[in-house]
Write a protein that binds this ligand. Structure first.
Ligand code: UDP
Length: 453
C-alpha cells in the first residue's frame, strides 16, 4: 500500500456475490493508492471482515427474513433491500461522519466520498442531505448498463414477443449484440418491479458524481463515449484487475481447496471447468444433461454444483454423483480465480456472469456460453459473436451439444482459432491495466477525482 493520503472512502456493496467481489476489489485498488476503507454492509450475505484486516467493516440490519431472501425475482429483492436499508444506513453513515469530524491528530481522516453499488437507489437524497459526494460502482459492462434502461419500454411494446421465430437469430437492433431470441428471454423474466426500479437507478446515476466500471475500452468499444453523452457525469472504466486484486477473499461460500491438487494431476489445458455462479439455478434434468455432456466429451472435468442450485432439492442428484469417475470432480464451490489461472484448465462452461467472463478473459480461458438470465445473455454474445473467444450453446441444454462444443473448443480447428483470439484479447486487456494503458489512466483520473472532493 502507498502511504496513507489521509482520505477515507465509504463503500456500500449490494449483498450478492457478483456485487461484493468487484466492490472488494475496488476497495483493494483504492487502498493500494493510499485511501483508507470503510465498508458498510448488510447482515444478509455479510462479507468476511476477518479476510480484510486493513478495512473497517460496519454492519447494518436490513431485517430480511429467509423467505424474503429466497426469491427468483432479483428486482424484488433489490427493491426490498432499498426499502429496508435506508434508515439503518442513514444512522450508520451519520454516526461515521460525526465521529470522523471529531477525530484528532494522527487518526484524523477525512471521509471524501461514498461509493455504492448502482443498485442502491435510496442514497441519492441521503448523500445530498449529508453533503457527501456519491459515486456508483457498476457491476455490468458499459454497453449493458446503457442498454438496459430501455427494457421496460421494449417489454411494454410487447412486439418482440410476437415476432416470427425464423427471425430469432437476427441481432436485436434495439439492444445489440443481443439476438432477438436472447431479448425475448430477457424480457420474459419475472421482474415485476422493473420499471420503477430502473427509473430510480437512472435518476441516481445522472445525479451522481461519477460512475465506475470494472471494464475497459478494450472490452466495451464505443460504449464509453456514448455513456458519457447519456449520463453526463464522469465515467471511469478502470478495467478488470483480477490478476492483481483477487476476489477470492470476498467469497461468501466455503471454497473446496481440493480442486487445486486434483488439477495438478491433469494434463495441460485438458480440463473443462463448469460453473454457473452464485445465483443461477437449474432443474435436475438440466444438470444431468450438463453432467453427461462434460462426461461424454472424454475430457477431465471440474463441475461446481452449488447447494440449492438444483431446483426442488438440496442434494446433488444421485445420477450426477455416479459420474464421479476418474475423469471428473464435483464440488459445491470452487476457488474460481485460482482454477482459471491453472495450466490444466482448457475451457470454461459458464453462465456468463460479468465476473466470470472477465476473470476468464484475464486468464485467457476460452468459454462455452450457457447464459441463464439478465445481463448474462449480452456477455454471452460478446464472448461468442463479438470477441469470438467462445462457443454459444444457443440456449440448448442438451448433452450432445455440450459434448460437441467441448470437443470443438479443446481439440478442433475452431478451438485453435478461438484460443488464438483469446490470447490476443487477454494481452489487450492486460495492457489496459498496466501503466499508460486506458484503464490505468482512468484509475488515475478516478483517484484524482475522489481526492479533489
Ligand atoms: N465463484 C467462485 N467459485 C465458484 C463460482 C463462482 O469463486 O464456484 C466466484 C467467481 O469467481 C465470481 C463470482 O463468484 O467472482 C460470481 O460472479 P458472476 O458475476 O460470475 O456471477 P453471479 O454469481 O453474479 O451470477
Amino acid at each position: 500500500m502507498e502511504k496513507s493520503n489521509g482520505l477515507r472512502v465509504v463503500l456500500f456493496p449490494l449483498p450478492i456475490q457478483g456485487c461484493i467481489n468487484p466492490m472488494i476489489q475496488l476497495a483493494k485498488i483504492l487502498h493500494s493508492r493510499g485511501f483508507s476503507i470503510t465498508v458498510i454492509h448488510t447482515s444478509f450475505n455479510a462479507p468476511k471482515a476477518a479476510s480484510h484486516p486493513h478495512f473497517t467493516f460496519l454492519q447494518i440490519q436490513e431485517g430480511l427474513s429467509e423467505t424474503e431472501t429466497r426469491t427468483d425475482d432479483n428486482t424484488r429483492l433489490f427493491t426490498l433491500l432499498n426499502q429496508r436499508c435506508e434508515s439503518p444506513f442513514r444512522d450508520c453513515l451519520t454516526k461515521l461522519l460525526q465521529s470522523s469530524d471529531s477525530e484528532t491528530g494522527d487518526k484524523k481522516q477525512r471521509i471524501c466520498c461514498l461509493i455504492h453499488d448502482s443498485g442502491w437507489t435510496f442514497t441519492q437524497n441521503l448523500a445530498k442531505s449529508l453533503n457527501i459526494p456519491r459515486l456508483l460502482l457498476n457491476v455490468y459492462t458499459i454497453s449493458y448498463y446503457r442498454g438496459h434502461f430501455a427494457l421496460p419500454k421494449l417489454r411494454g411494446e410487447g412486439y418482440l414477443l410476437s415476432q416470427d421465430s425464423e427471425q430469432d437469430d437476427e441481432v436485436a437492433q434495439e439492444f445489440p449484440p443481443l439476438r432477438k431470441k436472447d431479448l425475448k428471454r430477457l424480457l420474459g423474466e419475472k421482474r415485476e418491479l422493473l420499471e420503477p426500479y430502473l427509473n430510480m437507478i437512472l435518476e441516481s446515476t445522472k445525479s451522481s458524481s461519477g460512475i465506475i466500471f470494472m471494464s475497459c475500452e478494450e472490452l466495451d468499444q464505443g460504449s464509453l463515449s456514448k455513456a458519457r453523452e447519456d449520463f453526463k457525469v464522469p465515467i471511469f472504466a478502470i478495467g478488470p484487475s483480477h490478476s492483481n486484486f483477487s476476489a477470492a477473499s470476498s467469497s461468501l461460500f466455503t471454497q473446496d481447496e481440493t480442486c487445486i491438487p486434483w488439477l495438478d494431476k491433469q494434463e495441460e489445458k485438458s480440463v473443462i471447468y463448469a460453473s454457473f455462479g452464485s445465483l443461477a439455478s437449474m432443474t435436475g434434468s438440466e444438470l444431468l444433461e450438463i453432467a453427461w455432456g462434460v462426461r461424454n466429451s472424454d475430457q477431465p472435468f471440474l463441475l461446481v454444483v452449488r447447494d440449492g442450485s438444483v431446483k426442488g432439492t438440496k442434494a446433488i442428484p444421485e445420477e450426477v454423483m455416479g459420474m464421479l469417475n476418474e475423469k471428473g470432480k464435483i464440488v459445491k464451490w470452487a476457488p474460481q480465480q485460482e482454477i482459471l489461472k491453472h495450466r490444466a484448465v482448457g475451457g470454461f462452461l459458464t453462465h456468463n456472469g460479468m465476473n466470470s467472463v472477465v476473470e476468464s478473459v484475464c486468464e485467457g480461458v476460452p468459454m462455452i456460453c450457457l447464459p441463464c438470465l439478465w445481463d448474462q445473455y449480452l456477455y454471452a454474445r460478446l464472448v461468442s459473436n463479438v470477441w469470438k473467444v467462445g462457443i454459444h450453446l444457443e440456449h440448448r441444454i442438451e448433452r450432445n451439444g455440450i459434448e460437441k462444443a467441448i470437443r470443438s473448443l479443446l481439440s478442433e480447428n475452431e478451438g485453435e482459432a478461438i484460443r488464438e483470439r483469446m490470447k490476443l484479447l487477454k494481452e489487450e486487456v492486460g495492457r489496459s491495466v498496466k501503466p499508460n494503458g486506458s484503464a490505468y489512466r482512468s484509475l488515475q483520473h478516478l483517484v484524482d477525482h475522489i481526492s479533489s472532493f
